[in-house]
Design a protein around this ligand. Sequence first.
Ligand code: ADP
Ligand code: ZN
Ligand code: ZN
Length: 839
Amino acid sequence: MESLFSDQDLYPSGSGNNFADIILPVPIPRMFTYSIPYSMQSEINLGSRVIVQFGKKKVLTGIIGKVHNKPPQAYQAKPILEVLDDKPSVNPLQIRFWVWMAEYYFCHIGEVMHAALPTGLRLSSESKVQLNPNFDREESKYPLDAREILILDALENQPELSYDDCEKVLSIKSIHPILKSLVKKEAILIFEKVQEKYTPKVETRIRLTPEIAESKNALQEVFEALSGKAKQESILLKYLRDVPIMKLPKANTNGVDKATLLEEGDSESSLKTLIKNGIFESFKVVVNRLAEEEPESEPAVLSTSQQAAFEEIKHQFESKQTVLLHGVTGSGKTEIYIQMIREVLDSGSQVLLLLPEIALTTQIVTRLKKVFGSQMGVYHSKYSDNERVEVWNGVLSGRFSFVVGVRSSIFLPFDSLGLIIVDEEHESSYKQFDPAPRFQARDSAIMLAYFHQARTLLGSATPSFESYFNASQGKFGYVELTHRFGDATMPQFHLADMAADKRKNLLKLDTTRVLREKIQDALAKQEQVLIFQNRRGYSPYIQCEDCGWTGQCVQCDVSLTYHQFSEELRCHYCGYKEKTPSSCPACGSTQLTTMGMGTERIEESLSLLFPEARIGRMDLDTTRNKHGYQRLLDEFGSGNLDILVGTQMITKGLDFGRVTVVGIWDGDRILNFPDFRAGERAYQQITQVAGRAGRREAQGQVILQTRDPETQMYAQVIKGDYFEFFNHEIHDRKKFYYPPFVKLVKITTRHTDFKVAEKAALNLHHGMAEIPVKKIVLGPEKGIIARIKNQYQFESLIKLDRSGNTPVIFKEHLWKITEELKSRPEFRSVRFVVDVDPS
Ligand code: ADP
Ligand code: ZN
Ligand code: ZN
């Protein structure tokens, strides 16, 4: 990864510089230079929020991204109006990381800032003023002038005013001096969403009044007085269950959460009576949304081979910044992570552990929580904004020295990372598709670690080609674990030939005989079964048997997916839906059949074949709501389900001891996807899902259904020979110029008018062809889906030589080309979406 960044670009703060570049929440791809008034010199820090005038009218809040002494050439710099923070909101390392990300992923620094700050901390696009709630006009010690009074009057009628509103109130242009004076007089507050959006969680708690808590006699009297008043007595007893008498009065101070106290159906009105009679009192406290938990178990003792791997990783970290831990499924990578994390935390540095999106609710988090307790923060994509702000603040305050999180957790305000671990580093969900920044969290993590002078540990049973390649070149360290932990053996594979079974009339509802037999065996022994079907490009659709008609979305060029449950055809891109027709809209035939085999259909087939089995299904449909995923896992984990059918979600990190059979419904479908990474992905997916089988005593059985059992890759997966597979595949990558030999950049040109989109894409293409670097420019092709949400799209793929400055030069030229194109009236509303390292 080439750094586009040199240390000279950032000066330490407060060094007598006259200009500051401000990151503003506007869709313009750069920072803006403002002058630093002499009086503010000492307050200017990188990462602090400031208020500046933007354009003629707007007043915006931004973040100081850089300070320097270079006046802008094209315009006269305006002064910074106000510094909002005593202490920076964002630390210099974060700013450095943002700058790198914007340059590397070819997006605006404002977009990176937007992605980096949780909504609760985001800058609003405009600064506003409000009355200071502590201000009392009559009692103010400062005299107010007529204009100031007008503003205050206006604020009495409206809770908030923008700078623009204030200018209108006074009909003058330069409003800031007046507002500033009002701030000095403590009459108003200038704010942006920061104060507004984040709301601390307040809990109402109940405790005994001090008179009663401090005297056993008084408590005795209360009991006597309450005899016969069952409802009130019940509340008192419940309170004393949580706060035992012998621990009074000390334990009384914290009281008990009111909601918990009333949980078992005790009445609120009885509690009110108790309060009215001076027995209980209620009080409020600000509490953490994120529960406190004490560590409850020790790290496991490492096996000999785990210990050896652990030592080897540390040894390699002495000379390499990044190490790849290649350990087969079930080899016990988690316990190695735990030891690494422990050591780094003990040395006083912070640790970040990245997990793929979905794995976050699984056992690994539970395991880590048990060892690290409340010094560990969890950053989940399904968290509310307030919860995210709490993790953010927890990192700032030092409450969380260790965070486990999804890809966006790389933006948390760490200031002294010692180690970043990327678990399942091959996972494609580490790449953000939309919106910008379209970053790869694994690659970005390596860069982030570099800025912190920290180490990165990448873990996987099936490394990405990029990482394995880097390891083979000596750029990364490499440590291998070839055996499962304990006595668990690797699973046994069966290639099940669907075509042969079909010829022999043994294929039933798309299941081969061997798959049926293995499932039957497992059910008989009360063991569990996982059935995997690849999600991508494989959703059921309706087709007319007579004329070939299929349902198409009216605004996207994609076929509609058939949802049996709701009897609907739906577009997965835009959400368009219609009722499933009873006859063909084109020819009127009633011979409409379902093509393709989604998880829903598989579930149905299995329930016909195994009517006695309890079957669950895990896919996007069944896990849409917040707890759907966890609920299914719990049901499966507790043995309430015999068979779980699922998509990619079931391949990730599940560790269930009773799973002995894994069925891969259709291996060919995984392999035949039109993408240069299809082979790599197929190897990974099959190995990962197979790795869920037989993780304890009993050996796992994996049945791989295929119509082409001769496929070479199957033999390699079955042998577990990643090295052979890699060597074979890497040869093709080199021959056809694909990563890791070239750097890919994908540019999508979008517009509502087909002709305009096409013309812009062609112009872009010709422009790029002229760029004087080694490269191949492909396209522009109509996108796989030519139209999405009424926008036509054309895709260009650029293969860049990796050496030297090529990517940097290319990007510089690309800016100029797209800017020039957008300045032409005909292309004004064309969008160019740039995706660096697309996956
Ligand atoms: P991986 O992530 O490499 O697939 P896991 O970390 O899930 O493997 O470990 C596989 C199983 O082995 C888990 O059930 C885990 O609890 C167990 N295990 C791993 N290492 C140890 C150890 N040192 N002591 C006890 N149990 C271990
Ligand atoms: Zn028809
Ligand atoms: Zn659509």
